[in-house]
Design a protein around this ligand. Structure first.
Ligand code: URA
Length: 443
C-alpha cells in the first residue's frame, strides 16, 4: 500500500477501504507517514467527504491507536456523557451526580477548557483540594463504591486523534463532519463506556454554528456509536447564549451547587434533567422517558443528587464545606457591574465573545500550557428575549485586575444586541436523536 495512492483515491472522490484507513492511522502514529502527506489527505477528505462506513472505520482505527480503558472491574453498565463544548456549560457537575444517585455508574474522563469553551476538570480543580488524577485501581474502586469518579485524561487514549487534530488545526481542516465526529467518538470509545449521552451544541457559541450541521454531526456520532456496539443518544441543544448565568470555573461550581439544591437557572436545570434522564434510560432499557425524567427530577429536588455530589467531592479530596457555605468558594477579588447602555429586548448575544472574555480575565486558555485563574468570571444576568432598561445591570464581572476588567466590560457591552420589538426566548433542547428516530422537541 502507498500513501500516494490513498491520497489520489480520495482526491478523486473514491471510497477508502478499512485497510487503507488503518494504514494511514497506524502509519501516521508510528511516524512512517509524514505530515505533508497526511495534510494532503485531510484536505482531500475535507472536499470529497467520507461516507458512513469510512467514518466508522476512521473512528475505530483512531480509538485503537492507543490504550483502550478497561472498565470491566466496574460492575454494571457504565454510562458517559459528553458535550461538544459551550459557554457556561457546567452540566457534568450536575448531571453526573443525579445519574450516580440513581444507580448509574459514571466513570468519566474529562478535559480542560481551551479557547472560548470551558472544561469540567478546570471547574473541579477550582474546588480546594480536589484531585483529578488517580490510579486505575482508585478510579474503579470509587465507581464501585459510590457510582462516580471523574478524572482528567492523562492516559494515552486515541493518540492518533491528538496528532491528527494538531494537523487539522494548522491546515484549515477542522470543520469537516467526519473528522469532528471521528475525533470525538474515538476518545469516547477508548474511554470504555457502554452508553453515551451526547450534548451537541448549536449556535454562535458552539463548534457547529449551523443547526442542520449540528443535526448531521449528532446523527453521525450516534451511528458511529451503534457501529461500535455502544448505545448512544444525542441531544442537539442551544448555544446562542451562555447556559445558565455563570461563566468561569469557580462561579460555575457555585451555580452547579445552587442547581443541585433545586434553585438553579431554569435552562440549566431543564437540560440537566433531560441529560440525566437519558443516562438513566441507557442504563435501564425498560424505563420510559417520562419515568426517567421523574426520577431525575426527584433526585434533584429531594437533595439526593446533592448528597451524591458531596460524597464525590469528599472521595476526591475536595473541601465539601463549599456546599453548605458557597461564600467559601474563592472568586475574583474585584466585582464590577456592567450596566446596559440601551433600552429594549435582548436580540442576540455573541456567546463566543462572552467565552473569550473569560480568557481576557485570565480564566480561560489560549494554549494548552497556559495557567488559569479559577476565581474570575462573568455572571451574564440577562437572556435573549429579556426586556432591559438603560442602566439595568446586565452582567457582573469577578476579576483580579482592573485593566482586564475594563476590557471585559467593553467586550460584554459589545456582545449584546437589542431590538425595539419583542424577541422570543431561545428553545433550549431542539432535537433528540436516537439510533432509530429524530424527535423535534418543542419546549
Ligand atoms: N472536539 C474534538 O474532540 N474534536 C474535534 O474535531 C472538534 C472538537
Amino acid at each position: 500500500m502507498r500513501m500516494y495512492d490513498i491520497i489520489l483515491k480520495k482526491r478523486n472522490g473514491e471510497v477508502l477501504s478499512k485497510q487503507e484507513i488503518e494504514f494511514v492511522v497506524n502509519g501516521y502514529v508510528n511516524g512512517e507517514i509524514p505530515d505533508y502527506q497526511v495534510s494532503a489527505l485531510l484536505m482531500a477528505i475535507y472536499f470529497k467527504k467520507m461516507n458512513e462506513e469510512e467514518t466508522l472505520n476512521l473512528t475505530m482505527a483512531m480509538a485503537h491507536s492507543g490504550e483502550m480503558l478497561d472498565l470491566s472491574g466496574i460492575s454494571g453498565k457504565k454510562i458517559d456523557k459528553h458535550s461538544t463544548g459551550g459557554v457556561g456549560d457546567k452540566t457534568t457537575l450536575i448531571v453526573a451526580p443525579i445519574a450516580a444517585s440513581l444507580g448509574v455508574k459514571v466513570a468519566k474522563m474529562s478535559g480542560r477548557g481551551l479557547g472560548h469553551t470551558g472544561g469540567t476538570i478546570d471547574k473541579l480543580e477550582s474546588i480546594e483540594g480536589f484531585k483529578t488524577v488517580m490510579s486505575d485501581e482508585e478510579f474503579i474502586r470509587h465507581v464501585n463504591d459510590i457510582n462516580i469518579a471523574l478524572v482528567s485524561q492523562t492516559k494515552n487514549l486515541a493518540p492518533a486523534d491528538k496528532l491528527l487534530y494538531a494537523l487539522r488545526d494548522v491546515t484549515a481542516t477542522v470543520d469537516n463532519l467526519s473528522l469532528i465526529a471521528s475525533s470525538i467518538m474515538s476518545k469516547k470509545l477508548a474511554s470504555g463506556a457502554d452508553g453515551i449521552v451526547l450534548d451537541v451544541k448549536t449556535g454562535n457559541g458552539a463548534l457547529m454554528t449551523d443547526e442542520q450541521d449540528s443535526i448531521e454531526l449528532a446523527k453521525t456520532m450516534v451511528k458511529i456509536g451503534e457501529g461500535a456496539g455502544r448505545n448512544v443518544v444525542a441531544l442537539v441543544t442551544d448555544m446562542d447564549e451562555p447556559l445558565g448565568f455563570a461563566v468561569g470555573n469557580a462561579l460555575e461550581v457555585e451555580e452547579a451547587i445552587e442547581t443541585l439544591k433545586g434553585r438553579g437557572p431554569q435552562d440549566l436545570t431543564n437540560l440537566c434533567v433531560y441529560l440525566a434522564a437519558y443516562m438513566v434510560m441507557l442504563n435501564d432499557g425498560n424505563l420510559s422517558f417520562d419515568k426517567a425524567v421523574k426520577m431525575a427530577k426527584d433526585a434533584l429536588y429531594t437533595g439526593r443528587a446533592l448528597a451524591k455530589f458531596r460524597e464525590f467531592i469528599i472521595a476526591q479530596g475536595g473541601d465539601d464545606n463549599i456546599i453548605n457555605d458557597t461564600s467559601l468558594i474563592k472568586k475574583g477579588r474585584i466585582e464590577c457591574d456592567v450596566k446596559s447602555e440601551h433600552v429594549g429586548y435582548i436580540k442576540r448575544i455573541d456567546t463566543r465573545k462572552i467565552g473569550s472574555t473569560l480568557m481576557t480575565l485570565g480564566g480561560g486558555r489560549e494554549k494548552k500550557e497556559d495557567g488559569i485563574d479559577y476565581g474570575v468570571g462573568i455572571i451574564v444576568q440577562r437572556k435573549i428575549g429579556d426586556y432591559v432598561n438603560k442602566g439595568d445591570i446586565i452582567a457582573r464581572i469577578y476579576g483580579n485586575n482592573e485593566a482586564s476588567i475594563a476590557a471585559a466590560k467593553k467586550n460584554i457591552i459589545e456582545s449584546i444586541e437589542f431590538s425595539d420589538s419583542e424577541v422570543s426566548k431561545k428553545q433550549l433542547i431542539k432535537y433528540i436523536i436516537t439510533k432509530d428516530k429524530i424527535i423535534k422537541k418543542l419546549n
